[in-house]
Design a protein around this ligand. Sequence first.
Ligand code: KG4
Ligand code: ZN
Length: 314
Amino acid sequence: MNVLGIETSCDETAAAVVRDGRKILSNVVASSLKEHQRYGGVIPEVASRRQLEYIQPVVDEALEKAGLSLKEIDAVAVTKGPGLIGSLLVGISFARALSAALDKPLVEIDHIKAHVYANFLADEQPRLPAVGLVVSGGHTDLYSVRDIQTFRRIGKTRDDAAGEAFDKVARVLGLGYPGGPVIDRLAKSVPGTEITFKYAALEGTLDFSFSGVKTAVLYHRQKYGNNNHYPVAEVARAFQESVVAILVIKALRACRKLDVRTLLVGGGVAANSALRQHLSAQAKEAGVKVYFPAMALCMDNAAMIAGLGFHSLN
Ligand code: KG4
Ligand code: ZN
């Protein structure tokens, strides 16, 4: 069964065709990111206008790359939320109209569950039940994943999302938007650092808080920033180490608490090299099998929507 997926929750306009929930026939992503960069964050009004412009050509390209005509699409899946309302509406309206015109079923998919599902777009199928760790620009959540449709949230951020903290810290350090990839790269450029930023342990819960570490970087910059040799890369590394440490601690604690041996990571921050490295090593020691999606499937994309869409059809 060929499912056409559509994802327009933020600044990406994405369409993909996935066969039987697993085989990616095409995966196209256009983005208005460059237009938002000078503002240091996504401007919703600009994002939704671009969604309107991009949606048709992106869907056309996804069909063309898959080598399929519209008639060969068996169902349409679209992101219903969470996300920017104006952007979401473009995808949802387009998908509804297409499904009606083709007389094919439409399924509306939760963006967060789809980030976790990205781990199933691979040859090896993870075993459930699992713990899901979603780390993106808008969310940092832990889930108990009983089966691919049944999620229960067991932890959340109380303030900033992990990706949002990366973006805000990058701004403080004058590194531009989005912050994750550049902090990741800079952190790798130094072998280590004496600088440390404490993480918020929030003992006794599986919740997170990242506003403290973000503010600590801001104060550090204010205090020492006039120095011509301000160690930006070391600060980036120390910040990243703090965020990664608490993500690893809480994700593995959740596995222990629920007594599960599978950990599924998803969202933009799942692309972070330090998180991938540390979580893989420590999960192994804890006897937990950790999965990360392929890099392109960590960021917002429509293959994860089409994939989960297949399982939501019955
Ligand atoms: O999942 P995503 O593409 O969009 C949302 O649903 O939010 O995640 C975007 C977030 C941004 O905050 C970006 O800075 C972060 O993911 N990100 C990273 C990396 N690549 C992207 N954070 C840390 N390290 C990275 N390599
Ligand atoms: Zn996302």
